[in-house]
Ligand binder design. Structure first.
Ligand SMILES: CC(C)(COP(=O)(O)OP(=O)(O)OC[C@H]1O[C@@H](n2cnc3c(N)ncnc32)[C@H](O)[C@@H]1OP(=O)(O)O)[C@@H](O)C(=O)NCCC(=O)NCCS
Length: 200
């Protein structure tokens, strides 16, 4: 996700600096942009940061390590679109990444350090807690509540809930690619298929 985040930064007229965990990771980076080591990040505290890591638990660990010492911004691709007042709602959080073609309608609250990947669609009145990843092409059909750390796989659909009873995907749960969720999903589980069933 780091390169995708960097690409958004370039488009916004920023010059991204990438961070490698250590020398081994630094040597493995195959492109020519500026890469610094994590231990040197204290020299760059005047810059805004995002965490371009798709895996929710790792992104959360990194966020917790640097909370208070770095400034995190929301990084939003210029082609993402938002319904009335929705961008402002999202901007109440920090560290969120919204990739190319993502579409929000309105009334969705968003926590911190979420990823809305390419062409994800987030319909009205959802609640998205922190450290959530909505993978490319996934669709939240309105009144969906994604709890902390859950992952909605590529092309999956979470059918709509209602104003009084949102459709819930539990904490840290993974919804597999292409699944169609028609009932609430328990926490710490894996769901897949059409309709989605718990497989782990
Ligand atoms: C659902 C998922 C998390 C399961 O991964 P896993 O825990 O490693 O599970 P396995 O690959 O061992 O598969 C377990 C079973 O589920 C089935 N399965 C796996 N993924 C499935 C999917 N997306 N839809 C339907 N069935 C699926 C497998 O065929 C297997 O069935 P079997 O036991 O009858 O052989 C994973 O396959 C997936 O879809 N991840 C999301 C990928 C994605 O969206 N990436 C986007 C990156 S931004």
């Amino acid at each position: 996700m780091a390169r995708e985040a960097g690409d958004i930064a370039w488009l916004l007229g920023l010059e991204p600096v990438y961070i490698a965990r250590d020398e081994i990771e630094l040597r493995a980076w195959s492109f020519s942009h500026q890469v610094i080591l994590e231990r040197d990040v204290e020299h760059y505290t005047d810059m805004p940061f995002v965490i371009g890591i798709g895996e929710n638990t790792i992104r959360k660990a990194v966020a917790e390590r640097f909370k208070g010492s770095l400034t995190f911004i929301n990084l939003i691709h210029p082609s993402a679109t938002f319904g009335f007042a929705q961008r402002e709602l999202l901007e109440q959080g920090e560290g969120n990444i919204v990739a190319a073609g993502a579409r929000f309608t309105s009334g969705t609250t968003v926590g911190n350090f979420c990823i809305f990947n390419q062409n994800a669609t987030i319909a009205h009145d959802c609640i998205v807690e922190s450290y959530v990843h909505v993978a490319p092409g996934a669709n939240l059909s309105g009144n969906v509540h994604l709890k902390t750390g859950c992952w909605v796989g590529a092309g999956a659909v979470v059918n709509q809930g209602s104003n009084s009873q949102k459709r819930v995907v539990g904490e840290n749960t993974v919804v597999g690619s292409g699944a169609i969720v028609i009932k609430d999903c328990e926490a710490n589980a894996v769901y897949a298929g059409v309709p989605a069933k718990r497989i782990k």
